[in-house]
Design a protein around this ligand. Structure first.
Ligand SMILES: *Cc1c(COP(=O)(O)O)cnc(C)c1O
Length: 431
């Protein structure tokens, strides 16, 4: 399958080129030329398939001609070696836990899938690739972990100093080997802008092969559609119409959910739940897209003022606002709402959510006020322990620290401080 640029002035490319380029030469995001629905029988019999089989059937069309079936199967086996359970909160609300991977955030799947693909593409070349990634929290850890030790690939992670949690910071600054963390005196938007600059810097590009590992990269973005299929498999037997509420920042995860719907998955509606960074909820109200600087919140992985994947969502609906509105609602909540939701979830079910999941819960509740007959799933995108202070303080409970996290707690942070694009460029040219 070919991928085209959403800016329409760059050539169509195959999957491997789209992955290595990250973003098209005309600065557009890549988009698959077709999304062919899976047979109805696939959804009717989904309970009989393993997660690996489901993932294979769902993604094969996008990588066909580039990643052979046997290689794809091996990659999926590695990528999907943990569980994705739907846990019941109330009789008509469940939470899809996406945090059972090595860094305990949902980005593990996309990051590992991309790392495996890039490793496969560079198997026969001697040229090193540098993966450049900006993180608002969880991307960095997942990418660092997914790429650790992958030959021929160096990873450089930019994160906003003082704006990620202690555990998140350790996950991306303590690995060493082919992973370097750059601590930026600025916000996530500054980090993302620097990465975008680097991709357009001819002087740099002459010296090195740069690629991105943000959810603009198709190899990070597309595998996220698996989650929705795994959830559907688990709740289909309830016989209700299903809605998903996705805590959203760059809108890659929810956009992948909308692709799963295009593949034929029966789903009534999607809810994009955000914190006070409400560019998309405002768009859904006013039809005007006004990006703005991001505001720091307790759900920091969603502190994004100009969500990079929203353009893919608009494209999926051919920029038809009414069609989009039929499938997607978007609501914004502040930190107080989020803390109240953490308490409410805990009080009604004993379940400890994280601040991102809590935002998802709030969006779902709001939608279900009008649609009480639906079965709602909110995505738990990170383990609560990653936001230890906030969760413990809000619930007045001590959390147990899982083994994956204990492993990084004792390690020493190593980062390089930079404050502007020149700092990034100097680092890249010297290394
Ligand atoms: C990245 C992230 C999100 C936002 O996902 P997008 O695909 O960027 O919308 C939500 N929650 C957590 C914990 C994350 O790490």
């Amino acid at each position: 399958m070919k991928f085209y640029s959403l800016n329409n002035t760059a050539p169509e490319v195959s999957f491997d080129t789209a992955v290595v380029n990250g973003i098209a030469p005309d600065k557009g995001l890549y988009f698959p030329e077709e999304i062919n629905p899976l047979p109805i029988s696939f959804f009717e019999n989904i309970e009989s398939f393993s997660n690996e089989e489901i993932a294979f059937k769902a993604i094969q069309q996008f990588v066909s001609g580039i990643v052979p079936n046997d290689v794809l199967k091996d990659i999926l086996k590695e990528v999907l070696d943990f569980d994705f359970p739907v846990v019941e909160i109330t009789p008509n609300i469940g939470t899809l836990e996406l945090f059972h991977g090595p860094t305990m955030a949902f980005k593990d799947v996309g990051a590992r899938f991309m790392a495996q693909c890039l490793g496969y593409f560079s198997r026969s070349t001697k040229n090193e690739v540098t993966v450049l990634v900006a993180t608002s929290g969880d991307t960095g850890g997942a990418v660092a972990n997914g790429f650790l030790g992958v030959e021929g690939v160096n990873v450089v992670i930019l994160y906003p100093s003082g704006k990620v949690s202690d555990i998140q910071e350790r996950q991306l600054t303590t690995l060493g080997k082919n992973i370097t963390a750059l601590e930026v005196d600025g916000t996530f938007d500054d980090c993302q802008a620097m990465v975008k600059n680097a991709f357009l810097d001819k002087e740099l590009l002459d010296e090195m092969k740069l690629t991105s590992a943000n959810s603009i990269n198709v190899a990070r973005w597309l595998p996220q559609l698996f989650y929705f299929l795994f959830a559907y498999k688990q709740v289909k037997s309830k016989g209700k119409e299903i809605v998903f509420s996705v805590p959203s920042g760059n809108f890659g995860n929810i956009c992948a959910g909308l692709v799963a719907q295009r593949l034929g998955m029966p789903v009534k509606h999607f809810i994009a739940s955000t914190n006070v960074n409400d560019t998309v909820p405002q768009f859904m109200l006013t039809k005007e897209y006004n990006p703005k600087p991001s505001t720091a919140t307790i759900s920091n992985a969603m502190d994004v003022g100009d969500p990079s994947n929203f353009i893919r969502i608009r494209h999926l609906f051919k920029d038809d606002f009414e069609a989009l509105k039929k499938n997607l609602s978007s609501y914004s909540f502040d930190d107080n709402n989020t803390k109240e939701a953490l308490k409410e979830i805990y009080n009604i079910s004993g379940y400890i959510a994280d601040p991102h999941g809590a935002v998802g819960y709030l969006g779902l509740k709001k939608y279900q006020q009008q649609h009480p007959e639906t079965y709602g799933i909110f995505l738990e995108t990170a383990h609560p322990v990653k936001f230890l202070d906030i969760v413990e303080e809000t619930l007045n409970e001590k959390l147990e620290i899982p083994a994956q996290i204990q492993k990084v707690m004792g390690k020493t942070k190593i980062s390089i401080k930079i404050s502007n694009y020149e700092g990034l460029k100097d680092f890249l040219l010297k290394s």
